[in-house]
Design a protein around this ligand. Sequence first.
Ligand code: NDP
Ligand code: 2IT
Length: 448
Amino acid sequence: MRKALTLDNFMDGLKRRNPREPEFHQAVYEVAKSLVPFIRKHPEYRHAQILERMTQPDRVISFRVCWHDDKANIRTNQGFRIQFNNAIGPYKGGLRFHRDLNLSVLKFLGFEQTFKNSLTTLPLGAAKGGADFNPKGKSDNEVMRFCQAYMTELARYLGPHVDVPAGDGGVGSREIAYLFGQYKRLTHQFDGALTGKPIPLGGSLVRSEATGYGCAYFMMQVLEHRQQTIEGKTCVLSGAGNVALFCAEKLIESGARVVSLSDTSGFVHAADGLTREQLREIKEHKLQRREPLAKLGKQLKLKFHKGKQPWGLDCELAFPCASQNEIGVEEAKQLVKSGCQALAEGANMPVTPDAYEVFADAGVVFVPGKAANAGGVAVSGLEMSQNRVGMHWTAAEVDQHLRDIMAKIHEQCLEHSPGRSKSVDYVRGANIAGFIKVADAMLAYGVV
Ligand code: NDP
Ligand code: 2IT
């Protein structure tokens, strides 16, 4: 006799099968909270064990990566690729290089990617990968040698119709170019097996900007639904990487006031809002020179708060764009006290489940990352399409597709939120909408 499907029973089983993986447990819990009641009303999903199957990756690939540093020392790292689910398209998702990367983090990211990629409306399966390689302080040559060694093993698992990685934290267009160079050398193929490529290598215009722009577009949809606009809104942002910088750029361009950016050294505070010129300098400093904000604050005549997070600043909108679990209960309370009315997750899972409850109790609109930050992988999907047909679309064309996709994601969230009133439940809407497409595909395949 099978046990009744309850959230507790399901989570107990998941934890037993995946011990010591707290981030993975957390990501599944956030989704299962919406899905268990939904699946109870849909016995076909229960009968086919869809949720159990969806929480088990298709395969976990783990390998040794050996390379030489600039002093000719031999270095060894752990490389990973988790191919999570390819029910609706080739495996797709980013690579992260971070000192503390581990299987729990990658499984949470790969699992979330399943729902996010489904929401984009594009034919994209889900994967995540990377290495416990710390890119900080490494020379270009060291990064190149690491990327080549990493790809030497990974290439055998990739292909434009098989698995298509892109960037994530610590992996930008420099790394993707090195990775693609090695892929091309090994496979003798010039194809779309990686996205986020520089433009001359077959990349798409607007891919670098897409996650941040998409997040800003989603917030505009949220506000429009509440008969408001973004103009004049005070926004607090964390992060100063790919997602945060382009989210800030679009917000400023749309008339909002961006009062903070942050990195692991602390945060800069621009009480009147960052100017375009200040943002340009920060972008150059962070993306080209790869230096901490601490070194720039004074030069830009901005206040710099060493080792602190920006959540105590007065704001109407919040965009956490740095890393997982950066907003716990204390930070959430600070944000509520500071006047925050809506939050969109630019990063993946930056808000803990307890902090989410603080926002829910205070009536703060909450948009989960799988909806808010889907613009990046969506434009990766568009890069794959362009690579297949051998064409480049203009920036305006890609940007219009991105806006349309973010609007479609918003529409799907409304469709599956209880009631289409002002107080939309974006978490439930995104989880259920993302689930249905993948679940129906899995049902159609039978038991595979
Ligand atoms: P980057 O590596 O480009 O930037 C990350 C930024 O966040 C850096 O400024 C980094 O600081 C800061 N940061 C990271 N961890 C912390 C921390 N613990 N405390 C304070 N600051 C921190 O990564 P991305 O911008 O690409 O990614 C950010 C988030 O967005 C991740 O969760 C990623 O998974 C998610 N995401 C990324 C997408 C993409 O297309 N790149 C798509 C969708 C989601 P420092 O520079 O000092 O290291
Ligand atoms: O978390 C994400 O969606 C990404 N890092 C982007 C993945 C991609 O394949 O573009």
